[in-house]
Design a protein around this ligand. Structure first.
Ligand code: GTP
Ligand code: MG
Length: 197
C-alpha cells in the first residue's frame, strides 16, 4: 500500500469524543516503550507525527491518525509501566479495554512485542484477553535491529509456544524495525488486505 497522506486528527481521553466510527481503524498497543509511536511514524513515513520518547509512558491518550483519507491508525498508551500508580493503571485498563471492546470500526488490534525479550506474562495475558473477547489481533515484534536475527527468531518461537496454551491457531505475526524499516511492506500489505473500506 502506498501512503499518500497521513495526518494527526485528535487525542482523546473520552470514548464519547472519538471520531465517528465510519472508517476502519487499526489500533497499536503494547507495553510502554515497546515502540508503538515509532512504528506508526515508520509505517506512515511521517517522522514526528506520533510523539516518541526514551521515557516510558509518553503516549497517554487515544490518538487518531487519518491515513489516505480513508482509514485510521490509532496510537494507544502503553501498558505495564511500573512507575504509574495503581489507580492510574486501573483507569487505563478500563478505558482502553472499553475502547477495544466497543469500538465498532476497529478492524484489528496490532499487539507490539519487544523482540529482545522472552515472553512476558503481561503480553500473554493481554493476548488471552483479546482472545476471550473474540477481537482479531496480530503480533508485531519490534526493535529487531537491536539483536541478531537468530535471537529474534528464538524469542518469536517462544512467544508463539506460550500462546499455544490458549490459542488453537497463533495469529499472524510480523518482525519489524523502525530504524531499518524492516517489516514495513508486510504490515502495510496485511492492512491493505484486511481493510474493508
Ligand atoms: P509509550 O508511548 O511510552 O508507551 O512508548 P511507545 O511504545 O510509543 O515507544 P516509542 O515509539 O516512544 O519508542 C520508545 C523508544 O524506543 C524510543 O527511544 C525509540 O527511539 C526506541 N525505538 C522504537 N522502535 C525502535 C526500533 O525499531 N529500533 C530501535 N533501535 N529503537 C527503537
Ligand atoms: Mg507512544
Amino acid at each position: 500500500m502506498l501512503i499518500k497522506t497521513a495526518e494527526f486528527i485528535c487525542s482523546n481521553t473520552q470514548i464519547s469524543k472519538l471520531p465517528p466510527p465510519v472508517m476502519p481503524e487499526y489500533a497499536f498497543i503494547g507495553r510502554s516503550n515497546v515502540g508503538k509511536s515509532s512504528l506508526i511514524n515508520m509505517l506512515s513515513a511521517k517522522k514526528g507525527m506520533a510523539k516518541t520518547s526514551q521515557t516510558p509512558g509518553k503516549t497517554q491518550l487515544i490518538n487518531h491518525f487519518l491515513i489516505n483519507d480513508n482509514w485510521y491508525i490509532v496510537d494507544l498508551p502503553g501498558y505495564g509501566y511500573a512507575r504509574v500508580s495503581k489507580n492510574k493503571k486501573e483507569d487505563w485498563n478500563k478505558f482502553i479495554r472499553t475502547y477495544l471492546d466497543k469500538r465498532e470500526s476497529l478492524q484489528c488490534v496490532m499487539v507490539l512485542i519487544d523482540s529482545r525479550l522472552e515472553p512476558q506474562k503481561i503480553d500473554i495475558e493481554f493476548c488471552n484477553w483479546l482472545g476471550e473477547k473474540g477481537l482479531p489481533f496480530v503480533l508485531i515484534f519490534t526493535k529487531a535491529d537491536k539483536q541478531s536475527a537468530v535471537k529474534t527468531d528464538q524469542n518469536v518461537a517462544k512467544f508463539k509456544k506460550a500462546l499455544k496454551a490458549t490459542f488453537e491457531e497463533v495469529p499472524p505475526y510480523f518482525v519489524t524495525s523502525s530504524e531499518t524499516h524492516d517489516g514495513r511492506d508486510k504490515v502495510l500489505a496485511f492492512i491493505a488486505d484486511t481493510n474493508r473500506h
